[in-house]
Design a protein around this ligand. Structure first.
Ligand SMILES: Cc1ncc(COP(=O)(O)O)c(C=O)c1O
Length: 366
C-alpha cells in the first residue's frame, strides 16, 4: 500500500520538541504521573500498580478498563464491544484499512486531521470532501447531496479538529438514520467528547451500528499512555482484530492500568481540564482582539481554534516564520486548507499568554 507522508506529523517532528511556546498541540496540558496518582488519593494504589504484570495483555484490552470505557456510552454498553487500541490513531487506522476497498467512495470532513482522509486515499478509495463553511459549519444538506454518490463509509470527527465544530444532537441523529437506512459504515472520531462544557453526545447514542473512537490523549491530557479505543458492532471488531494481529498485538499493560485509574477518577480530571480550557479560552479571546486581521470562531469543544489570517503568505511559510520567533502553530495546509492555522490553547496558561503576545505582535506588524 502506498504511504503518503503525514505532513503535520513530519512538521511536528522538526519543530515540536525545541520550540519555546507550543501553540500547536491539540491536547489539554499533560498530567504528570505524580499528579495522576495524587488525584486518586489512595495510599494503596502505588502498590497495586507495582504489582502490574509487564507481559502481553488480552488483545481486546483489560476487562476492567473496557468496563470503565463502556460507562462513557449509553447504558447498557457491553464491554465486549470495546476494543482498546494504541491511541485513537490505531483505532482509526484499523477501521479505515479494514472497511475500505480500492474504488470505494467515502465521505470525510474537510479540513480534517490528515489520517482520516489519507488512509482511505492511499488504499485507492475516493474521498468525497464535506466542506466546512464559516457560516454553516458542516451543512447536513451538503451531506445528503454527497450520499447520492453512494459512499461505502462516512468518517466523521465530532467535536472537530481543527475547527472546533460539533454536530447538534438533531444533526447526529439525522446522520445516523441516513447511514442506517443506506447501510453505510459510520465511523465517528470523538476524541474531544469529554472536553466541552459537558460530555458531548456520541454517535453510539443514535445508532448501535455506528463506531465511536475515543482516547486518553486529548481530553484527559494523558497522551503518553498511548491508550485509545473503539466501540463497534461485533462484525467490525472482528475485522479489525484480524488486522491488529499483524501489527501491535495489544496495548501496554502499564498504560492500561493508568488509564483505568484515570477513568475511575474521570470527573476530577474533567473538572481540572475544563477549568483550564475556560481560563485559556478567555486568554485567547483577549489576545486575538488585538489582532484584527485574525478571524476565528470560538470552538464548541476541544482545545483547538481554526484561525483565518487573511494574507498572501502560505501557511507552511507562516508556520516556519512563527517558529523562528519561538512560537509553534499548525499550518492550515496540513489539514487541507490554505490561509488558516490551527492554534492549540490547552497548555500552561502562562506560556499560552506569552506565546500569544509574540503571535499577535507578528500579525500587528503585518
Ligand atoms: C481527530 C484526531 N483523532 C485521533 C488523533 C490521534 O490521537 P491519539 O493520541 O489518541 O492516537 C488525533 C491527534 O491529533 C486527532 O486530532
Amino acid at each position: 500500500m502506498k504511504v503518503t507522508p503525514f505532513t503535520l506529523e513530519r512538521f511536528f517532528s522538526q519543530t515540536e520538541f525545541d520550540v519555546r511556546y507550543n501553540l500547536a498541540t491539540s491536547a489539554i496540558q499533560a498530567w504528570s504521573l505524580r499528579e495522576l496518582l495524587s488525584l486518586a488519593n489512595d495510599p494503596d494504589l502505588q502498590f497495586s500498580l507495582f504489582a502490574t504484570r509487564l507481559g502481553y495483555t488480552e488483545p481486546q484490552g483489560n476487562l476492567e478498563l473496557r468496563q470503565e470505557i463502556s460507562r462513557l456510552y449509553p447504558a447498557p454498553t457491553d464491554p465486549d464491544l470495546v476494543f482498546v487500541t494504541i491511541g485513537a490513531i490505531e483505532a482509526n487506522y484499523l477501521l479505515l484499512s479494514s472497511l475500505l476497498e480500492p474504488g470505494d467512495r467515502f465521505i470525510v470532513q474537510t479540513p480534517c486531521y490528515q489520517q482520516l482522509s489519507q488512509v482511505g486515499v492511499d488504499l485507492g478509495a475516493i474521498a468525497l470532501p464535506w466542506n466546512y463553511s464559516d457560516d454553516k459549519g458542516f451543512d447536513i444538506q451538503e451531506f445528503e447531496a454527497l450520499l447520492e454518490q453512494k459512499p461505502r463509509l462516512v468518517m466523521l470527527n465530532t467535536p472537530h479538529n481543527p475547527t472546533g465544530f460539533a454536530f447538534s444532537p438533531t444533526e447526529m441523529k439525522k446522520i445516523a438514520d441516513l447511514c442506517l437506512e443506506q447501510e453505510i459504515y459510520l465511523l465517528s472520531d470523538e476524541v474531544y467528547r469529554e472536553l466541552g462544557e459537558t460530555l458531548s453526545p456520541s454517535m453510539r447514542d443514535y445508532s448501535s451500528q455506528a463506531v465511536s473512537v475515543g482516547s486518553m490523549s486529548k481530553a484527559y491530557g494523558l497522551a503518553g499512555l498511548r491508550v485509545g479505543w473503539m466501540v463497534a458492532p461485533p462484525a467490525i471488531l472482528a475485522r479489525c482484530t484480524l488486522k491488529r494481529d499483524y501489527t501491535t498485538l495489544c496495548c501496554p499493560s502499564i498504560g492500561q492500568q493508568l488509564a483505568l485509574t484515570a477513568l475511575r477518577h474521570r470527573t476530577k480530571i474533567w473538572d481540572r481540564n475544563r477549568q483550564l480550557r475556560l481560563r485559556n479560552i478567555t486568554l485567547l479571546e483577549e489576545a486575538l482582539m488585538e489582532a484584527p486581521t485574525l478571524r476565528w470562531k470560538k470552538p464548541e469543544a476541544g482545545v483547538v481554534a481554526w484561525v483565518d489570517y487573511t494574507s498572501e503568505t502560505l501557511s507552511e511559510q507562516l508556520g516556519w516564520e512563527l517558529h523562528n520567533r519561538g512560537v509553534l502553530v499548525a499550518p492550515g495546509i496540513f489539514f487541507g486548507q490554505e490561509g488558516h492555522f490551527r492554534l492549540g490553547f490547552g497548555g500552561n496558561s502562562g506560556e499560552l499568554k506569552a506565546g500569544l503576545a509574540i503571535l499577535v505582535d507578528y500579525f500587528k506588524k503585518g
